[in-house]
Design a protein around this ligand. Structure first.
Ligand code: ADP
Ligand code: ASP
Ligand code: MG
Length: 407
């Protein structure tokens, strides 16, 4: 008997007929003699709607109360799914994050899982039930409800698969698997048969929201057998694993992220220790910095620019403004008008000219590059916000990633 964790995203459970469809699919797996743990997201746009409700009340709601609010979306889904399975004549029980011992830190709205106590789930499975767990939510040491960040139900599923030592973790979504680019932006994007944890982690971190990046981190750490596939059809999905056995192409995909902003600190003194002061200040405030660019000094000053998550823009600008004297800088400026476009592929480390090809594609599309950052397996360029999709299309085309070009 195998233990299988199946996660269904918001669009897969958006209304009653989809809930019934998914229920049938779950029962199919159960009737093959498997133990089944199901993780669900909130239905359709529920989470966005809840955020909007909060905004109608307050510009800056308490993060603890946001978690209290947002966690309700998943609770609706699990109760409905348990009812659907009951109606079809099979045993099921819904459980919230706190009920399954999904213990997290107290970082409300972006909590990290610290420990999973799988005992309640195991007992229910042993009693022959299908167990339906609310994704995206946990409980901290004070007994308060937390959430794991947008898209966090994937992480719930992988964490449960790891804790229960599941044989397989299937992520069911509204596309057939992981593609060489978001198929909504590049209709000719190709579905990958497999992809390595490292490549998937980069793609997810660089904006391909088909998997939550923490879920990939956990899958790699605990060697979880992970598959992404469609909840609407029976097509083969994409296997995420240590080594890609079937996909040997150099570039695995193109991703983009529009949820970023750029900050520049102008006329910083050109002396040792300045970068340390700036980035220590940001680190202590829990602000994640991404691409960093330092200009060559002119006279005795230089400029330092970096990108951050758009949601942290104003708090970062405030922090720097308050510390201009301490840093030894003249002023700070910022813009929302940026997006990051990236290519990912473990093969690129051994291939010269990959960066040139990417920059050439952008040049020919008349897209200006504002910042560049590279690592062994990715290259990212900062472009204008409204040019992100065009940049993705141009790069995807230049690397010949579309279906027909590989055949
Ligand atoms: P779910 O609600 O099932 O969690 P998400 O909306 O979070 O679904 O993730 C699926 C979406 O991710 C797809 O609809 C697709 O538009 C987007 N996406 C972005 N990049 C990729 C990619 N490289 N491959 C597949 N889907 C991608
Ligand atoms: N419902 C949450 C969100 O919309 C979590 C998830 O879907 O994974 O972000
Ligand atoms: Mg998702």
């Amino acid at each position: 008997m195998a233990l299988i964790v199946q996660k269904f995203g918001g669009s897969s459970v958006a209304d009653a007929s989809r809930v019934m469809n998914v229920a049938r699919r779950i029962i199919e797996t159960y009737l093959k003699g498997n133990q089944v743990v199901v993780v669900l997201s909130a239905q359709g746009d529920t989470t966005d709607d809840l955020i909007e409700k909060a905004r109608e009340i307050s510009e800056n709601p308490s993060k603890r109360e946001m978690d209290m609010l947002l966690s309700t979306g998943e609770q609706i889904s699990i109760a409905l799914m348990a009812m659907a399975i009951h109606r079809l004549g099979y045993p099921a029980i819904s459980l919230t994050g706190p009920q399954v011992g999904m213990k997290t830190n107290s970082c409300h709205t972006n909590a990290r899982i610290e420990e999973v106590d799988g005992n309640r789930i195991k007992a229910e499975l042993d009693a022959g039930k299908i167990v339906i767990v609310a994704g995206f939510q946990g409980i901290d040491e004070n007994g308060d409800i937390t959430t794991l960040g947008r898209g966090g139900s994937d992480t719930t599923a992988v964490a449960l698969a790891a804790a229960l030592n599941a044989d397989l973790c299937e992520i069911y979504t509204d596309v057939d698997g992981v593609y060489t680019a978001d198929p909504r932006v590049v209709p000719k994007a190709r579905k990958l048969k497999d992809i390595t944890y490292d490549e998937m982690l980069e793609l997810a971190s660089l904006g391909a929201k088909v998997l939550h990046n923490r879920s990939v981190e956990l899958a790699k750490k605990y060697n979880v057998n992970l598959v992404v596939r469609s909840s609407m059809n029976g097509n083969d999905g994409t296997i995420v694993r240590e080594e890609a056995l079937m996909e040997k192409t150099m570039i695995k995909g193109v991703a983009y992220d529009k949820d970023i902003a750029r900050i520049s600190i102008i006329a910083v003194r050109d002396i040792p220790g300045v970068a340390y002061k700036i980035f220590k200040l940001l680190a202590d405030a829990g602000i994640n910095v991404d691409i960093i660019l330092q200009s060559i000094g002119r006279g005795d000053t230089k400029d330092i620019s970096f990108t951050i998550a758009r949601s942290q823009l104003m708090e970062t600008v405030d922090l720097i403004n308050k510390n201009l004297d301490y840093i030894g800088a003249k002023e700070v400026n910022f813009t929302h008008d940026v997006a990051k476009v990236s290519i990912v592929g473990a093969g690129m480390a051994n291939h010269p000219g990959v960066a040139a090809t990417m920059f050439g594609a952008l040049a020919d599309a008349d897209i200006n590059i504002h910042m560049i950052s590279t690592s062994e397996i990715k290259i990212s360029c900062l472009v204008r916000w409204d040019e992100a999709e065009k940049a993705v299309q141009a790069i995807h085309e230049r690397f010949g990633l579309a279906e027909e070009e590989l055949e």
